[in-house]
Design a protein around this ligand. Sequence first.
Ligand code: SER
Ligand code: ZN
Length: 600
Amino acid sequence: MHLRDAQGQPIATRREDYAAPAYWIDTVDLCLDLDPAKTRVLNRMRMRRNPDMSPQALRLDGDELNLARVLVDGQGASFRMEAEQLVIDNLPDAFELEIFTTCQPAKNTKLMGLYVSEGTFFTQCESQGFRRITYFIDRPDVMASYTVTLRANKAAYPVLLSNGNLVEQGDLQGPGNEGRHFARWVDPHKKPSYLFALVAGQLVAREQRITARNGSQHLLQVYVRPGDLDKTEHAMTSLIHSVAWDEARFGLPLDLERFMIVATSDFNMGAMENKGLNIFNTKYVLASQATATDTDFGNIERVVGHEYFHNWSGNRVTCRDWFQLSLKEGLTVFRDQEFSQDLCADASARAVKRIEDVRVLRTAQFPEDAGPMAHPVRPDSYIEITNFYTVTIYEKGAELVRMMQTLVGREGFAHGLTLYFERHDGQAVTCDDFAQAIADANPGSELALRLAQFKRWYSQAGTPRVSARGRYDAAARSYTLDFTQSCPPTPGQPVKAPFVIPVNIGLVAPDGRELPLQLDGESQAQHGTRLLVLAQESESVTFVEVDSEPVPSILRGFSAPVILDFDYGDTQLLTLLAHDTDPFNRWEAAQRLALRSAIN
Ligand code: SER
Ligand code: ZN
């Protein structure tokens, strides 16, 4: 559903038009009587005017809802409908708004909002599905405290789940309530509406109690259809690893008494990070030892990790608007990539994971960035936000975060993330806020010194091309690398300004030794990989005290999402293949050799 102009053309939403909401919603008390044909939703909200905005009407988003009643402070209120919005004028500064609507989950084939899959209720609210459940200010910068009461037939829907902690459950009393029960959930954390979830049906759970480092106890649950329980062991193990990893690597603990994963076979996305109640496509939960492949197991671990890590990067700190989608997705893909690598037993397995991630980038994201759908990691406008869940927002976004880690170092990045969560916990923020926190935690770093230029990665689309040329001067015993960078035009962006490109580099001697690296003007050599930071259209670096012509190993670990041109000879590639200490570039040398012999 999009806004349309008088001629019926869809209207684009633009990032620069952002304005804070005119009203805040502090609390939401939802009561749902679940029925596939007609579910009744009573929504009571405590609201107040945003004093920073000029007085204006309250506008609530809705989509395919049947409206029965609107009360302001318990009194019938006058309202009007404008397209799909419910509009109320002349409201006091603070008030309680009660809205009663019905919807038809069994007929909801969009799988957005509340729907039924194989007799079980599920929800999907990212990015604009909550408005299909009730009227709401359905945007991520409106964060509220939720209490949710679910009521349903007990035999058909024995399990009733929502976000947060289960505070009360029991049988319903009174006429008309025979055979019905209820459950009440309170989410202790404020959240945007896109993280709301409920599940109701006949499900069973694998359970595990864990004790966190700080001694707190938590219940982990993986819910599936009866009969699938024996296929949930790997998902549960992955969840346990995820909780431990986020605490160990980034000091981010599980902040809920209970954490639930539920699998469904009808789901638009891979999975969804609803607070405390992640909903998954079954393919990322169920694995049988007899039939699942290594890839299946790896994907479950990755997606379970991804959704769990959103609990901080996305849920505790969320996006101000949907233009900032990569704030949570790029960061969380980066985190799940690091998680999968850290779980690898040895260095070569880590490298294989990095190679796999780069292959996804090159085979899916580079073509997107070179075609008519090319868009920046932080887009400037959209007609339909659903179309922006792309490899650019996710995978290229993750590479931007990885470059920041490369520029400030692994420890500096962990400090930056700590500062980001300290500064913005409970807030809806922007990609600028994220980059600023990483830079502020690392004053004097290459990122802090070049932050404004670095952020071109967020605004300029297209894959930059880095061309390098080597010159060996035997008399001077020096080796010079000349770099130039360029970026092809993309829709709406004919000309690009230079990027900040971190290039990890090493020099390999023809006999395979890794050479010490001493830049012209330095008194001492450094050993191992060095970071060069390119920031201009063309620039050169010269290494001194180089005894023989080296083979440069450029862009180690694929330190930037660029295309590297270097005119390697076969012998040079064989040297790298045999001796490079960087496993990624060993693989890369083999790729270049193989491609070359296939073409020739
Ligand atoms: N937010 C969801 C995810 O990234 C949607 O794909 O997992
Ligand atoms: Zn995600």
